[in-house]
Design a protein around this ligand. Structure first.
Ligand SMILES: [Zn+2]
Length: 253
Protein backbone atom coordinates (compact mmCIF):
# COMPACT_ATOMS: atom_id res chain seq x y z
CA UNK A 1 0.00 0.00 0.00
CA UNK A 2 0.91 3.69 -0.30
CA UNK A 3 1.80 3.69 3.40
CA UNK A 4 4.69 1.28 2.78
CA UNK A 5 5.95 3.45 -0.08
CA UNK A 6 5.86 6.53 2.18
CA UNK A 7 7.87 4.70 4.88
CA UNK A 8 10.38 3.45 2.29
CA UNK A 9 10.86 6.90 0.74
CA UNK A 10 11.23 8.51 4.17
CA UNK A 11 13.73 5.88 5.41
CA UNK A 12 15.76 6.14 2.17
CA UNK A 13 15.92 9.94 2.26
CA UNK A 14 16.89 9.93 5.96
CA UNK A 15 19.64 7.37 5.28
CA UNK A 16 20.99 9.34 2.31
CA UNK A 17 20.91 12.57 4.33
CA UNK A 18 22.84 10.90 7.17
CA UNK A 19 25.39 9.42 4.73
CA UNK A 20 26.04 12.46 2.55
CA UNK A 21 24.86 15.56 4.36
CA UNK A 22 25.81 14.94 7.99
CA UNK A 23 28.41 17.78 7.82
CA UNK A 24 25.95 20.25 6.32
CA UNK A 25 24.85 23.15 8.55
CA UNK A 26 21.32 22.33 7.29
CA UNK A 27 21.53 18.67 8.38
CA UNK A 28 19.11 18.87 11.32
CA UNK A 29 16.64 21.02 9.33
CA UNK A 30 16.62 18.56 6.43
CA UNK A 31 15.80 15.76 8.89
CA UNK A 32 13.05 17.90 10.46
CA UNK A 33 11.61 18.82 7.03
CA UNK A 34 11.57 15.19 5.85
CA UNK A 35 9.85 14.14 9.10
CA UNK A 36 7.23 16.87 8.76
CA UNK A 37 6.43 15.84 5.16
CA UNK A 38 6.26 12.15 6.20
CA UNK A 39 3.89 13.02 9.08
CA UNK A 40 1.64 15.19 6.88
CA UNK A 41 1.25 12.40 4.30
CA UNK A 42 0.54 9.91 7.12
CA UNK A 43 -2.08 12.18 8.71
CA UNK A 44 -3.85 12.78 5.38
CA UNK A 45 -3.86 8.99 4.90
CA UNK A 46 -5.60 8.48 8.27
CA UNK A 47 -8.15 11.26 7.75
CA UNK A 48 -9.07 10.73 4.10
CA UNK A 49 -10.23 7.27 3.09
CA UNK A 50 -10.34 8.32 -0.57
CA UNK A 51 -6.55 8.40 -0.82
CA UNK A 52 -6.56 4.58 -0.40
CA UNK A 53 -3.44 5.11 1.69
CA UNK A 54 -3.62 2.14 4.09
CA UNK A 55 -6.17 -0.03 2.30
CA UNK A 56 -8.21 -0.02 -0.91
CA UNK A 57 -11.71 1.46 -0.53
CA UNK A 58 -14.35 1.69 -3.21
CA UNK A 59 -15.00 5.41 -3.65
CA UNK A 60 -17.16 5.55 -6.81
CA UNK A 61 -19.28 3.14 -8.83
CA UNK A 62 -18.00 1.82 -12.14
CA UNK A 63 -21.26 2.68 -13.90
CA UNK A 64 -23.07 6.03 -14.00
CA UNK A 65 -25.52 5.34 -11.21
CA UNK A 66 -25.41 7.29 -7.97
CA UNK A 67 -25.39 5.15 -4.85
CA UNK A 68 -26.91 6.44 -1.62
CA UNK A 69 -25.40 5.06 1.58
CA UNK A 70 -26.78 5.57 5.09
CA UNK A 71 -24.57 5.20 8.17
CA UNK A 72 -25.15 4.85 11.91
CA UNK A 73 -28.65 3.28 11.91
CA UNK A 74 -30.94 1.56 12.18
CA UNK A 75 -33.00 4.30 13.78
CA UNK A 76 -36.51 3.34 15.00
CA UNK A 77 -38.30 6.35 13.41
CA UNK A 78 -36.07 7.70 10.66
CA UNK A 79 -34.91 4.48 8.98
CA UNK A 80 -38.49 3.30 8.22
CA UNK A 81 -39.33 6.78 6.84
CA UNK A 82 -36.23 6.65 4.63
CA UNK A 83 -37.20 3.17 3.47
CA UNK A 84 -40.66 4.49 2.52
CA UNK A 85 -39.08 7.26 0.41
CA UNK A 86 -36.63 4.87 -1.28
CA UNK A 87 -39.52 2.55 -2.10
CA UNK A 88 -41.66 5.38 -3.55
CA UNK A 89 -38.72 6.60 -5.64
CA UNK A 90 -37.53 3.11 -6.65
CA UNK A 91 -34.01 3.74 -5.35
CA UNK A 92 -31.80 1.10 -3.68
CA UNK A 93 -29.20 1.94 -1.08
CA UNK A 94 -26.68 0.51 1.37
CA UNK A 95 -27.28 0.83 5.09
CA UNK A 96 -24.02 0.64 7.05
CA UNK A 97 -25.55 -0.37 10.36
CA UNK A 98 -24.08 -0.45 13.86
CA UNK A 99 -24.25 -4.03 15.21
CA UNK A 100 -25.65 -3.22 18.64
CA UNK A 101 -28.39 -0.97 17.17
CA UNK A 102 -29.23 -3.66 14.60
CA UNK A 103 -29.72 -6.13 17.47
CA UNK A 104 -32.33 -3.77 18.98
CA UNK A 105 -34.28 -3.39 15.70
CA UNK A 106 -34.19 -6.72 13.88
CA UNK A 107 -37.48 -5.88 12.11
CA UNK A 108 -35.85 -2.87 10.41
CA UNK A 109 -32.91 -5.01 9.26
CA UNK A 110 -35.39 -7.55 7.85
CA UNK A 111 -37.24 -4.77 6.01
CA UNK A 112 -34.00 -3.32 4.54
CA UNK A 113 -33.12 -6.75 3.16
CA UNK A 114 -36.62 -7.62 1.93
CA UNK A 115 -36.86 -4.35 -0.01
CA UNK A 116 -33.70 -5.10 -1.96
CA UNK A 117 -31.17 -2.85 -0.20
CA UNK A 118 -27.82 -4.01 1.12
CA UNK A 119 -26.59 -4.12 4.71
CA UNK A 120 -22.99 -3.11 5.40
CA UNK A 121 -20.96 -3.59 8.57
CA UNK A 122 -20.28 -0.33 10.46
CA UNK A 123 -18.77 -2.11 13.52
CA UNK A 124 -20.59 -3.34 16.64
CA UNK A 125 -20.14 -0.32 18.95
CA UNK A 126 -19.04 2.57 16.67
CA UNK A 127 -16.60 3.57 19.41
CA UNK A 128 -15.13 6.97 18.45
CA UNK A 129 -11.70 5.90 19.68
CA UNK A 130 -11.65 2.90 17.34
CA UNK A 131 -8.84 4.40 15.25
CA UNK A 132 -6.63 3.82 18.31
CA UNK A 133 -7.64 0.16 18.80
CA UNK A 134 -4.89 -2.47 18.36
CA UNK A 135 -5.49 -5.00 15.56
CA UNK A 136 -6.63 -7.77 17.94
CA UNK A 137 -9.26 -5.53 19.52
CA UNK A 138 -10.49 -4.44 16.09
CA UNK A 139 -10.81 -8.06 14.97
CA UNK A 140 -12.81 -8.81 18.14
CA UNK A 141 -15.08 -5.81 17.41
CA UNK A 142 -15.61 -6.86 13.79
CA UNK A 143 -16.21 -10.49 14.74
CA UNK A 144 -18.98 -9.28 17.05
CA UNK A 145 -20.64 -7.18 14.33
CA UNK A 146 -20.27 -9.94 11.74
CA UNK A 147 -21.80 -12.58 14.02
CA UNK A 148 -24.70 -10.23 14.88
CA UNK A 149 -25.42 -9.22 11.28
CA UNK A 150 -25.08 -12.76 9.94
CA UNK A 151 -27.57 -13.94 12.57
CA UNK A 152 -30.01 -11.17 11.58
CA UNK A 153 -29.67 -11.46 7.80
CA UNK A 154 -28.81 -15.13 7.33
CA UNK A 155 -25.72 -14.27 5.28
CA UNK A 156 -22.17 -13.02 5.58
CA UNK A 157 -21.85 -9.24 5.23
CA UNK A 158 -18.72 -8.65 3.09
CA UNK A 159 -18.81 -4.83 2.95
CA UNK A 160 -17.56 -2.50 5.66
CA UNK A 161 -17.28 1.20 6.39
CA UNK A 162 -14.90 2.54 9.06
CA UNK A 163 -16.44 4.83 11.74
CA UNK A 164 -15.75 8.50 10.89
CA UNK A 165 -13.85 7.16 7.86
CA UNK A 166 -10.52 6.98 9.72
CA UNK A 167 -8.27 4.10 8.70
CA UNK A 168 -4.77 3.00 9.72
CA UNK A 169 -2.49 -0.08 9.40
CA UNK A 170 -4.49 -1.88 12.14
CA UNK A 171 -7.70 -1.49 10.13
CA UNK A 172 -5.87 -2.70 7.02
CA UNK A 173 -4.76 -5.88 8.86
CA UNK A 174 -8.15 -6.46 10.51
CA UNK A 175 -10.12 -6.07 7.25
CA UNK A 176 -7.74 -8.40 5.42
CA UNK A 177 -8.06 -11.01 8.18
CA UNK A 178 -11.88 -10.70 8.18
CA UNK A 179 -12.05 -10.61 4.32
CA UNK A 180 -14.03 -7.35 4.33
CA UNK A 181 -14.19 -4.84 1.47
CA UNK A 182 -13.97 -1.21 2.58
CA UNK A 183 -16.53 1.12 0.99
CA UNK A 184 -15.84 4.85 1.12
CA UNK A 185 -17.65 7.73 -0.58
CA UNK A 186 -17.02 10.38 -3.19
CA UNK A 187 -19.60 12.83 -1.87
CA UNK A 188 -19.87 13.71 1.79
CA UNK A 189 -23.22 15.36 2.60
CA UNK A 190 -22.06 16.80 5.95
CA UNK A 191 -25.58 16.06 7.20
CA UNK A 192 -24.10 15.55 10.70
CA UNK A 193 -22.93 19.19 10.77
CA UNK A 194 -25.51 20.94 8.62
CA UNK A 195 -28.43 22.33 10.63
CA UNK A 196 -30.34 23.95 7.74
CA UNK A 197 -32.46 21.79 5.46
CA UNK A 198 -32.11 24.16 2.50
CA UNK A 199 -28.33 24.22 2.71
CA UNK A 200 -28.11 20.44 2.95
CA UNK A 201 -30.43 19.95 -0.04
CA UNK A 202 -28.56 22.59 -2.09
CA UNK A 203 -25.19 21.05 -1.24
CA UNK A 204 -26.38 17.61 -2.29
CA UNK A 205 -28.02 18.85 -5.48
CA UNK A 206 -25.08 20.97 -6.58
CA UNK A 207 -22.44 18.29 -5.86
CA UNK A 208 -24.08 15.03 -6.98
CA UNK A 209 -22.64 13.69 -10.23
CA UNK A 210 -22.62 10.36 -12.08
CA UNK A 211 -20.95 7.41 -10.28
CA UNK A 212 -20.96 9.12 -6.89
CA UNK A 213 -21.22 7.20 -3.64
CA UNK A 214 -23.07 9.57 -1.30
CA UNK A 215 -22.52 9.50 2.47
CA UNK A 216 -25.70 10.18 4.48
CA UNK A 217 -26.94 9.25 7.97
CA UNK A 218 -30.30 7.55 8.56
CA UNK A 219 -30.28 8.39 12.28
CA UNK A 220 -30.75 12.10 11.52
CA UNK A 221 -34.04 14.02 11.22
CA UNK A 222 -32.59 16.52 8.72
CA UNK A 223 -31.53 13.78 6.29
CA UNK A 224 -34.94 12.14 6.51
CA UNK A 225 -36.69 15.47 5.84
CA UNK A 226 -34.50 16.46 2.87
CA UNK A 227 -34.22 13.06 1.16
CA UNK A 228 -37.38 12.99 -0.96
CA UNK A 229 -36.89 16.48 -2.46
CA UNK A 230 -33.22 15.73 -3.08
CA UNK A 231 -33.94 12.50 -4.95
CA UNK A 232 -36.76 14.03 -6.99
CA UNK A 233 -34.85 17.19 -7.95
CA UNK A 234 -31.66 15.26 -8.73
CA UNK A 235 -33.68 12.96 -11.00
CA UNK A 236 -35.00 16.01 -12.85
CA UNK A 237 -31.38 17.12 -13.27
CA UNK A 238 -30.69 13.80 -15.02
CA UNK A 239 -29.15 11.93 -12.09
CA UNK A 240 -29.71 8.19 -12.24
CA UNK A 241 -29.90 6.56 -8.81
CA UNK A 242 -29.11 2.87 -8.33
CA UNK A 243 -32.35 0.95 -8.73
CA UNK A 244 -30.93 -2.52 -8.21
CA UNK A 245 -28.39 -3.35 -5.58
CA UNK A 246 -25.99 -6.10 -6.39
CA UNK A 247 -23.02 -6.91 -4.19
CA UNK A 248 -20.94 -7.71 -7.29
CA UNK A 249 -21.12 -4.05 -8.31
CA UNK A 250 -19.14 -3.29 -5.23
CA UNK A 251 -16.22 -5.63 -5.70
CA UNK A 252 -13.02 -3.68 -5.96
CA UNK A 253 -10.63 -3.84 -8.87
ZN1 LIG B 1 -20.61 6.21 11.49
Amino acid sequence: MKHHINILVYATLITLTCLFLSDSPWFIWIIVALTIVFSIVLTLGVLFLKFNYFLPSLIRLKNKEVLLTFDDGPHPENTPKILDILQEENVKAIFFVIGKKAEQHPEIIARIISEGHLIGDHTYTHNNMMALFPTEKLIKELTQSQVTLTKLTGKKIPIFRAPIGYTNPNFARALKEMKLQSIGWSLRSYDTLNKEENKLRERLLSKTKASDIVLLHDNLDITTTVLKDYIQEAKTNGILFASTMDIHKLQHG
